[in-house]
Design a protein around this ligand. Sequence first.
Ligand SMILES: Nc1nc2c(c(=O)[nH]1)N[C@H]1C(S)=C(S)[C@@H](COP(=O)(O)OP(=O)(O)OC[C@H]3O[C@@H](n4cnc5c(N)ncnc54)[C@H](O)[C@@H]3O)O[C@H]1N2
Ligand code: MOO
Length: 298
Amino acid sequence: MPKGADRVIMQEYSAREGDTVRFAEGYGPGWHVRAAGSDFSAGDLLLDVGTRLGSRTIVTAAAADQAMLKVCLRPKVAIIGTGDELAPPGEAHLRADAVPESVTFGIAAMVQHAGAEVIARIIGDDSLPALERLAGEMLDKADVVIVTGGASVGERDFAKPMFVSHGLELLFSKVAMKPGKPVWLGRAKGKWVLGLPGNPTSAMVTACLFLRALLAGLQGQSITQVLQWRELPLACQMPATGGRETFVRARWGADGLRPLGNQDSGVQLALAQADWLIRSAPNSPGLDAGDTVTALEF
Ligand SMILES: Nc1nc2c(c(=O)[nH]1)N[C@H]1C(S)=C(S)[C@@H](COP(=O)(O)OP(=O)(O)OC[C@H]3O[C@@H](n4cnc5c(N)ncnc54)[C@H](O)[C@@H]3O)O[C@H]1N2
Ligand code: MOO
């Protein structure tokens, strides 16, 4: 503003009359003037720790005349799928004993979406020495190693054993939840190791809860920034749940959340249909349409 000026009037509302100008009425002091500090002031907190830089937040940072920002390195994540039966998509039909490998693709997408970097996505054979070697290689390169399948108690479930010679220390070895009971978390060679169950829905539900929380923590975010639970109405009845805390796959519609009919932990079509997880405490009674539930975007 030039010295002495206290308002701005658009030229359309002014008329030149010789060497003088006539302004339309009604443009008092302060009109069209943005006061210093009316957006933000020196010393204001503009972007909190853990803020993800996106198309909008980066504008705010630049607008504060900041040439440099302190950021977190993207965690490097290696994903190891286990199971001799697994074949790459497009090749499973060629072998009578094969199933299409699907889970590691979803986990990789989730890792990237969470701001981390997938440095490897490998399918290992169900042989302990080979898996031990693979585990060692990945622990050397990655900040987080995710292993899918082989989490249960079968004699060829090697997800935990493959990390034992690398000094695996378990933080937890299963969780009283459904689906996803065999999910586990440990440390080896100073790195995080997350074991996800092989059943595809179990893997995606546990990744949605534990992997997103882990990657958030490694990037300076709080769990509540990434896992935002909401209170939402049910569109229809929901059956009682059993003794484990249950995460019911549901779909959002105009009248509320609708639990999907097939809640089997091995199903994969439901992963394309479900967009919310309803959290149900152990031994919850059945609920009716209109009742409120706690849910998380899936
Ligand atoms: N005796 C017991 N058996 C099982 C228990 C138990 O407590 N005691 N728990 C069950 C639960 S719950 C789950 S969940 C499963 C998880 O076991 P695993 O992690 O060992 O899973 P896998 O046997 O490796 O695989 C299960 C299923 O999923 C398919 N799979 C595995 N990986 C993939 C992939 N990357 N892409 C697509 N499909 C995949 C695999 O072929 C199997 O069909 O254990 C129960 N058993
Ligand atoms: O808990 Mo398992 O994940 O139901 O199939």
